[in-house]
Design a binder for this molecule. Structure first.
Ligand SMILES: Cc1cc2nc3c(=O)[nH]c(=O)nc-3n(C[C@H](O)[C@H](O)[C@H](O)COP(=O)(O)OP(=O)(O)OC[C@H]3O[C@@H](n4cnc5c(N)ncnc54)[C@H](O)[C@@H]3O)c2cc1C
Length: 389
């Protein structure tokens, strides 16, 4: 019978590699909702706008001796008979099943047709083909995707307006002062910013877009509207199959769901993390890759506890940042700065639970050591770590 993977993204590809490392010949079938084989998503909102060639995003999953069924969605799991039914009616029996269904973008009120969401290669192509230098673009959302897209569209020569609910960009991870200085930076670069603004509805008027907002002045006309409002984990299949679902599909430390034959990995999985004593769901590349491999190995009979602390990275207006752990600005913060660079430690109960490096790369190893072994360093001791360089 072999293995079935539902989902054609980064975690699915990583899981194939995990299975292959333990079981070189097992049959593997992937049901992917996309029309493309698995690819890296991060370049869609960064490198691909700056000359990174599209050929470099492919992960080569199809070369790993798998049956890759594209445009084929899993629609039902029959746990008793151990098979998945796809949207063509075909049944796929399994010894082990992985749900790597990721997440789907949250839609704007009214969900008007023609708004750009940003999750897939086709989303990227559609915006890139439609947008021209000088176009007016409204970006809705001040999180990772919204700020990345506002940056690349600005560099592309668009007139960008950025709308978001919070008081400043990246307010979900940055303390207020840093978020405000990023807001100022956007303004200096000519981006019209609308903090504290709820976009109530969007209308098409004589070929242009108009936004109706609470708390904002002139909202249009725009040539394009791009939304980066976050994702909702795609848990429908798991729910219908009666698996335990909370904020994502609940798994144990080897990515096993409440059914020991079914696993989940990547953005959709909520996993326990003993080092920090909490459950996490992580929507980032490093975790998709690592959890996918671990889930694949566990499916193939080689479970190992996941003690990797996944990091994430992003970039905005030419500044790169990397972080790991819990980076909630409501936590107690210790900030160490040197010029344009900074390290932010997020503490709770006297322990460091998250680290963010601003404009500083290659320090995630040090950050991991602090979280794992030295979490109880005092603010003074933290000043001596990571920075100064
Ligand atoms: C534009 C963009 C930029 C990003 N940049 C960064 C970054 O800079 N740094 C970082 O750390 N992370 C970044 N990420 C996040 C990172 O890409 C994700 O964490 C990662 O893609 C998650 O992988 P996944 O396989 O869990 O889910 P996904 O990649 O979302 O894959 C899920 C797959 O499942 C398929 N699927 C869903 N339901 C079904 C079904 N029922 N049947 C069949 N198939 C189904 C979907 O079609 C999709 O192919 C970015 C994401 C995006 C979209």
């Amino acid at each position: 019978m072999g293995f079935v993977i539902v989902g054609g993204g980064m975690a699915a590809d990583a899981a194939v590699r995990g299975i292959r490392s333990a079981s070189p010949d097992a049959p593997i079938t992937i049901l992917s909702g996309e029309r493309h084989p698995p690819y890296d998503r991060p370049p869609l909102s960064k490198g691909l706008w700056r000359g990174f060639a599209e050929e470099r995003i492919w992960r080569g999953t199809e070369q790993l001796d798998v049956t890759l069924l594209l445009n084929r969605r899993g629609v039902e799991i029959d746990r008793d008979r151990r098979l998945v039914v796809d949207d063509s009616g075909e049944k796929h029996p399994y010894d082990g099943l992985l749900l790597a269904t990721g997440g789907a973008p949250i839609r704007l009120p009214g969900d008007p047709e023609g708004v750009h969401y940003f999750r897939t290669l086709d989303d990227y192509r559609s915006l890139k083909e439609g947008v021209e230098e000088g176009h007016a673009v409204a970006v809705v959302g001040g999180g990772f995707i919204g700020t990345e897209l506002a940056s690349v569209l600005l560099d592309f020569g668009c007139r960008v307006s950025l709308y978001f609910l919070e008081g400043g960009p990246l307010a979900g991870i940055l303390p207020s002062a840093r978020s405000q200085s990023l807001l100022q930076r956007f303004r200096e670069r000519g981006v019209e910013t609308f903090p504290g603004t709820f976009v109530r509805s969007i209308r098409r008027v004589r070929g242009s877009w108009m936004l109706d907002c609470d708390g904002a002045r002139g909202a249009g006309p725009f040539d394009h509207v791009v939304a980066g409002l976050g994702i909702r984990p795609s848990v429908e299949l798991a729910l219908a199959a009666g698996l335990e679902v909370g904020d994502g599909i609940e798994v144990d430390e080897a990515f096993r769901t409440s059914d020991p034959r079914i696993f989940a990995a990547g953005d959709v999985a909520s996993f326990p993390f003993p080092v920090l004593g909490e459950r996490f769901r992580v929507e980032h590349e490093d975790h998709a890759n690592q959890s996918g491999v671990m889930a694949g190995r566990a499916m193939a009979g080689r479970p190992e506890p996941y003690d990797h602390l996944p990091f994430f990275y992003s970039e905005v207006l030419g500044v790169g940042y990397e972080a790991l752990g819990r980076t909630d600005p409501e936590m107690e913060l210790v900030e160490v700065e040197k010029g344009e660079r900074a390290v932010l430690y997020y503490r709770e109960g006297g322990r460091v639970k998250g680290v963010l490096c601003w404009n500083l790369h290659g320090r995630m190893g040090d950050a991991r050591t602090i979280l794992r072994k030295e979490g109880e360093l005092s603010p003074e001791e933290l000043r001596e770590r990571i920075l100064p360089l």
